[in-house]
Design a binder for this molecule. Structure first.
Ligand SMILES: [Zn+2]
Length: 370
């Protein structure tokens, strides 16, 4: 099954009647979709806009459910009068349409390091179908052919006394709630350390120790100019699956501020391991509010069931799973997925709500001061 169908999106026949050049200016766009020329966009006219916006690079239109369409419409009909007027459309144009047509695309290759490919945490040891080395060729091909606005590589980067290493078990006290005692604990068991911080931790073989061969990116992985390395798992007391935060969400990596600096809208995530660090990173990207795309053929994982669970989670949170062959058209704004448009609309609604709540709080404070 192709990845776009799996993600719940179906592209139908070409629908030239609604095609539109979004490179024109805002007024031309508004006028073009205001079919009844009443100076307002109603939900049906917004529907034609969606059909023009959400299509693939062959001009085929993606299905947008009536619920999704109504939801997005309500984000832009700010005064809730049932129409998007010109003022409301200005917001829709700059904050939504422009970003969908001209996304700022970031590529993130997660932990393509020796230890996960042929070293101590070699994922092919755990699943016969998974070989970490296979991600290198499609990742390199993507970096050769697609112009991303920024490229990041994350590295699992542990100090020698890291809490996740089985052979460090004796260095820390287990908490009374630990499901396994010190004497019984085996590799890959999950224990609870007393801390601080108190943490639930799976015990892994020693891997990706700072400055070791195992922590190096695989020698065949293409490292593009001006790319950025992001180091995670550097705190000896807390493990870090996501490239954004450690597992206790105590500390952020540099990735969060670096994405803000480039005004990223879309993040393409792939690498190792699919069901662990790639999955945790994609989940966090969605929580932060990025339009998040998993590049399926550029990922390999440990457990096949967990990989499927990772995919389901992503799709149910409005992320998209694609094959690397589909990335170029998406990055160039020629293949525009409704799930990602919907995600952006939801984020705009969240921001507005936060803004309003903030204003209300200020007003209440002022009242209290009076
Ligand atoms: Zn690790």
């Amino acid at each position: 099954m192709p990845a776009d169908v799996e993600a719940g999106t179906t592209a139908h026949r070409p629908d030239e009647s609604h095609s539109f050049d979004f490179e024109q200016d805002m007024d031309a766009c508004y006028t073009a979709f205001d079919k009844d020329e009443d100076g307002l966009l109603d939900i049906n006219e917004f529907g034609s806009l969606c059909r023009a916006l959400f299509r693939n690079d062959r001009g085929q239109v993606y299905t947008v459910s009536p619920e999704m369409q109504a939801d997005m419409f309500s984000v832009f009909d700010k005064n809730e009068d049932g129409f998007i007027d010109r003022e409301e459309f200005a917001y829709c144009w700059t904050r939504w349409i422009k970003r969908i047509v001209r996304p700022v695309n970031v590529f993130l290759a997660v932990d393509v390091q020796n230890d996960f490919i042929s070293g101590s945490l070699n994922i092919s040891r755990y699943s016969a179908q998974q070989n970490g080395e296979e991600v290198i060729e499609p990742i390199n091909a993507l970096l050769d052919t697609v112009q991303f606005d920024a490229v990041f590589y994350s590295l699992d980067w542990h100090p020698s006394d890291h809490v996740s290493f089985f052979d460090n078990l004796a260095q820390r006290k287990l908490h009374s709630s630990s499901p396994v005692s010190f004497e019984e604990a085996k590799m890959f068991d999950t224990v609870v350390f007393e801390g601080p911080p108190q943490i639930r931790q799976k015990l892994w073989p020693r891997h990706c120790v700072q400055e070791s061969w195992g922590a190096e990116l695989h020698k065949d992985l293409k490292v593009v100019e001006n790319s950025v390395m992001v180091y995670k798992g550097t705190n000896p007391e807390v493990d870090s699956y996501s490239v954004f935060w450690d597992n206790k969400k105590m500390t952020q990596t540099s990735l969060v501020s670096q994405l803000e600096q480039v005004n990223a809208t879309d993040i393409y995530i792939c690498g190792l391991a699919y069901d662990i660090c790639v999955g945790a990173t994609a989940a966090d990207a969605l929580v932060i509010g990025y339009r998040t795309i998993l590049v399926d053929d550029c990922c390999r994982g440990v457990d096949l069931e967990d990989i499927e669970r990772t995919k389901r989670n992503l799709v149910s949170n409005h992320g998209v799973i694609v094959n690397s062959s589909q990335v170029k058209a998406m990055v160039e704004g020629r293949d525009r997925r409704p799930e990602l448009g919907y995600k952006l609309a939801l984020e705009l609604r969240n921001k507005e709500k936060k803004h309003k709540d903030g204003q209300q709080m200020e007003e209440t404070e002022e009242e209290q001061q009076e």
